[in-house]
Design a protein around this ligand. Structure first.
Ligand code: SAH
Ligand code: SF4
Ligand code: F3S
Length: 429
């Protein structure tokens, strides 16, 4: 039992949790292998935010069944198994799965593996909350190059009516502020050039009398690094944070502020607690504080009862904001959420709307990219193959350029020479 393979689905939270699982397995002397056919331990860290995410997991399980070594241990964990009945139906549909865990007890994965190897008994153990047992802090085996993820909180209290996350991740829990600061100091000392703070709604972070903005101030450093965070919620993000961007040495000039819809009626039905005008005011404040800020967002089409005129409001919002990057989704029914009980739209309407939205955003991205030609950006190199460097500008614009001398982790000034669709090429200056 010396090789493990982890397949991760879903968001950055899961990517980082897979790093923690890898940490546990490495502390037991195991090494990573990316081929399921050669692995002794196979872990699927799952997502259930949309139906497609779950379908993918079942599809991959079928493939793994025929590829894996006969005595390999197959483990399924993560958000999907926290849904009522999924753990049981997994055990029934996929009897070749050996261990099923949830989101709360993943740090105990080593114990579950031992038990299985020694007794041969399959385990299904999904906790309802972190209080169901004793947890251990485990050190992650980091895999994301120059960037290090740092959790500042877990869970979510917002209950947007479409969303499954609060049900599978539990209520909001914040980590002690001193622990976060110590983690970041340690990571900067190790040479990480970018830190990304993680939480479902980072703007509601609180530790005693300290708020998110106090945490960001404590993370200001003379060391050169980029500080990012996700995800922000438009109802909680403060104007004070815009002021901090204007004077911070470390905050990257990026903001991911998911809007979901441009229609006030739909925002209300989604339980989002802001209007489109309030959203515009916040965007304006951040653009005023940091004129080159790179904005990104999540948008959903086809939420129950969404009319053509609601959808046109979304298109109009996207036109007005001009996001640098937009993640676009078709609403997906999640059983147990309030939106699942509302009148649903047909597939064709939803598909037609997402196609129109994607087309519109493609034009916007192309036009933003063409405006970058001739400008010079400070690029942090994330990857290098041969002389080809790939990295991101301060405002998240992705850039490729050639350099013989520059190395991964360097900050290099790059002048943009061409834009093909949204892909920017440049040269070091
Ligand atoms: N806490 C974060 C991330 C939530 S999940 C946030 O609030 O933004 C990431 C994105 O998935 C959401 O922003 C939303 O756009 C999308 N999403 C969530 N539930 C969905 C559903 N049922 N159908 C389609 N998209 C969904
Ligand atoms: Fe889901 Fe809303 Fe919480 Fe984000 S803020 S995780 S969309 S319930
Ligand atoms: Fe993330 Fe998917 Fe869970 S988006 S929080 S892995 S449901």
């Amino acid at each position: 039992m010396d090789k493990y393979c982890i397949q991760t689905y879903g968001c950055q939270m899961n990517v980082h949790e897979s790093e923690k699982i890898a940490g546990v397995l490495q502390s037991r002397g195991m090494t990573e292998c990316d081929d399921v056919a050669r692995a002794d331990i196979i872990v699927l860290n799952t997502c259930c935010v949309r139906e497609t995410a779950e379908t993918k997991v079942y599809g991959h399980l079928g493939r793994i069944k025929s590829l894996k070594k006969r005595d390999a241990v197959l483990i399924v964990c993560g958000c999907m198994t926290q849904r009522p009945d999924v753990a049981q139906s997994l055990a029934k549909r996929c009897p070749f799965v050996d261990i099923v865990l949830g989101t709360f007890n993943q740090s105990l994965i080593g114990d579950y593996i031992d038990r299985f190897i020694h007794t041969g008994v399959k385990t299904v153990d999904v906790w309802r909350s972190e209080k169901d047992g004793e947890l251990r802090d485990t050190a992650p085996a980091r895999t994301s190059g120059i960037n290090a993820w740092v959790n500042i909180m877990y869970g979510c209290n917002n209950f947007c009516t479409y969303c499954i996350v609060p049900y599978v991740r539990g209520r909001e829990r914040c980590r002690p502020i001193d622990d976060i600061v110590a983690d970041v100091d340690g990571l900067l000392a190790q040479g990480y050039k970018q830190i990304t703070l993680l939480g479902q709604n980072v703007n509601s972070y609180a530790w005693h009398d300290k708020k998110f903005i106090d945490l960001l101030k404590l993370l200001e450093s003379d060391k050169k690094y980029r500080l990012k965070f996700m995800t922000s919620h438009p109802k909680d993000i403060s104007f004070e944070l815009a002021d901090l961007y204007a004077c911070s040495k470390n905050l990257a000039h990026t903001l991911h502020l998911p809007v979901q819809s441009g229609s006030d009626r739909i925002l209300q039905a989604m339980n989002r607690h802001y209007t489109r005008d309030e959203y515009f005011k916040k965007i304006d404040a951040f653009r005023a504080a940091v004129p080159d800020i790179g904005l990104s967002s999540d948008v959903m089409v086809g939420f129950p009862t969404e009319t053509e005129s609601d959808f046109l409001q979304t298109l109009d919002l996207v036109d007005r904001v001009r996001y640098n990057n937009l993640f676009m989704f078709i609403y997906s029914r999640r059983s147990g959420t309030p939106a699942d009980e509302m009148p649903q739209l047909d597939y064709k309407t939803k598909q037609g709307r997402i196609d129109r939205l994607i087309k519109r955003q493609f034009e916007i991205s192309k036009s933003i990219a063409s405006e970058c030609v001739g400008k010079t950006y400070e690029v942090l190199i994330a990857e290098k193959t041969g002389d080809k460097c790939y990295g991101k500008a301060q405002n998240d614009t992705a850039v490729t350029f050639d350099s013989v001398t520059a190395a991964v982790g360097d900050f290099v000034n790059v002048k943009i020479t061409s834009a093909v669709n949204a892909n920017l090429k440049g040269e070091a200056v």
